[in-house]
Design a binder for this molecule. Structure first.
Ligand code: IFM
Length: 481
């Protein structure tokens, strides 16, 4: 069913060799998760809300970017998206029908503080207030993410994330959101995927704000980390018990036929840029030496001030993991730099082989298992939560059904890998599928469909796909069988 073989592979080394095999997770056998395992789904504000100019919301960098010709496929924008802003009550009812126990959503900073500083827009907060109440009435635990890439445009005009001051503006915004929702929301995530915000936003320019300066990207990364640390301290002082940081993480491996020392060194370097550049400062209070060397070469180190690492690394309770696919690299002298990974001259990012999703991403559940085990070994102080995992496929409606066997198999395989990782000692506390709804997939527009619920964008009709009905059973059973 999953193309994933008879056994669940849960430990993969940098050369892509598989190690530990978990007999208990043979395909077709039951994999029951621990009591209190959190089951849910995730979304993000700009991808689903719409109502871009309503109730005092200001423009974000994504409004500007998506309106810039050539930046988003088909010129699409988040202006309407899934119209969740108006349909949130129906969407919560749907979540309840699907048996979800948790819902991860993000707050749009430009709704709450249209200028990114100064006046708070109460009507923006009212929306999240209503949403949280609706969730609690449905017995669904809200998981709030404070930043999922929609920086208020006025802050970008002042320099954006490469400007240190943006991190301090984030504290004021955090304080305002917590003051309104803190009595009902227990788990707070500061940032979603700062690597993407920094390196696709400021180095490759593929995402908003579309800048292409590696030095700015490294500065942005540092200031995002600083924003995380400062907001964590703010939330902790306000009495929040469960604070998380969500990173996009992946095993960086070499192809089986290219596993020499140079290839392994290439994988290590990319691991530094994508994974350790964020994990180590936030969870260990220092940058890895190999990463610092690359930062220094591109941006100098002047933006990293004395005392910053202490501010960046207050205790967090959960590490949110967004996993989709491993990254495969090899050493290739002469290969030009990958613009999203400054410092990777001579490294080839290998195209996916084997089964892929409609994003062209390789399907490899074992990567999730390997990642969870590695994180629990290397950062044992923090609990793990899969805050995103899922797949886009070209879904087709058939009558009132959306058969999506490929997505169902993808989720089944990844849940088995997650279960195997728990058995091997990973402290995994929950799993949130990406995504609840089909939505605006950033520069790819609305073509990729990641939802377990299909959206007909003409009518805004919601139609649970087969994977959603299957997921309801998974939640009911607390596992897969
Ligand atoms: O849609 C995105 C989400 O916003 C962040 N993580 C990856 C998803 C799929 O690309």
């Amino acid at each position: 069913m999953t193309g994933y073989g008879r056994r669940t592979i849960i430990d993969t080394d940098i050369r892509g060799r598989s190690g530990l095999l978990a007999q208990a997770d043979l395909h077709g056998q039951e994999a029951i998760f621990p009591d209190n395992f959190v089951w849910g789904a995730a979304t993000a504000a700009y991808q689903i809300e719409g109502a871009a100019a309503e109730d005092g919301r200001g423009p974000s960098i994504w409004d500007t970017f998506s309106r810039t010709p050539g930046k988003v496929a088909g010129g699409e924008t988040g202006d309407v998206a899934c119209d969740h802003y108006h349909r949130y009550a129906d969407d919560v009812a749907l979540m309840r029908d699907l048996g979800l126990r948790a819902y991860r959503f993000s707050i749009a900073w430009p709704r709450v503080q249209p200028d990114g500083q100064g006046a708070i827009n109460a009507r923006g907060l009212d929306f999240y207030d209503r949403l949280v109440d609706e969730l609690l009435r449905a017995d669904i635990t809200p998981y709030v993410t404070l930043y999922h890439w929609d920086l208020p445009q006025p802050l970008e005009d002042l320099g954006g994330w490469p400007n240190r001051d943006t991190a301090y503006r984030f504290i004021d915004y955090t304080r305002a959101v917590h003051a309104r929702l803190g009595d009902r929301v227990r788990t707070w995530t500061t940032l979603n995927e700062p690597w993407v915000a920094a390196f696709l936003g400021y180095a490759s320019g593929l995402y908003a704000p579309g800048r292409t300066d590696p030095a700015d990207a490294f500065r942005a990364a540092h200031h995002l980390l600083l924003a995380h640390g400062l907001a964590t301290a703010e939330l902790r002082a306000a009495g929040v018990e469960e604070i998380a940081l969500t990173l996009n993480l992946a095993p960086i491996i070499t192809p089986p036929d290219a596993a020499g020392e140079a290839d392994v060194a290439a994988a290590r370097l990319v691991d530094g840029l994508m994974n350790r550049q964020f994990l180590d400062p936030a969870l260990r209070g220092h940058y890895p030496e190999d990463v610092l060397e690359i930062v220094d070469r591109h941006a100098g180190l002047g933006h990293i001030r004395d005392g910053d690492l202490r501010l960046i690394s207050p205790r967090v309770d959960l590490l949110g993991i967004n996993y989709y696919s491993p990254t495969v690299v090899s050493a290739h002298p002469g290969e030009p730099v990958n613009p999203a990974f400054p410092g990777t001259e001579g490294i080839r990012f290998e195209p996916a082989t084997g089964p892929t999703t409609s994003m062209g991403w390789r399907i490899d559940p074992s990567g999730l298992g390997a990642l969870l085990i590695r994180l629990s070994r290397e950062y044992p102080q923090v609990g793990l939560l899969v805050t995103e995992n899922g797949a886009a496929f070209d879904d087709v409606v058939e009558g009132d059904r959306v058969p999506d066997p490929d997505r169902l198999a993808y989720l089944d395989g990844h849940l088995r890998a997650a279960h195997a990782a728990i058995r091997a000692g990973a402290d995994l506390r929950g799993y949130l599928v990406w995504s609840l709804l089909d939505n605006f997939e950033w520069s790819e527009g609305y073509r990729p469909r990641f939802g377990i619920v299909y959206i007909d964008y003409e009518t805004q009709r919601r139609l649970p796909k087969d994977s959603a009905l299957w997921y309801r059973e998974v939640i009911r059973r607390n596992g897969v069988r």
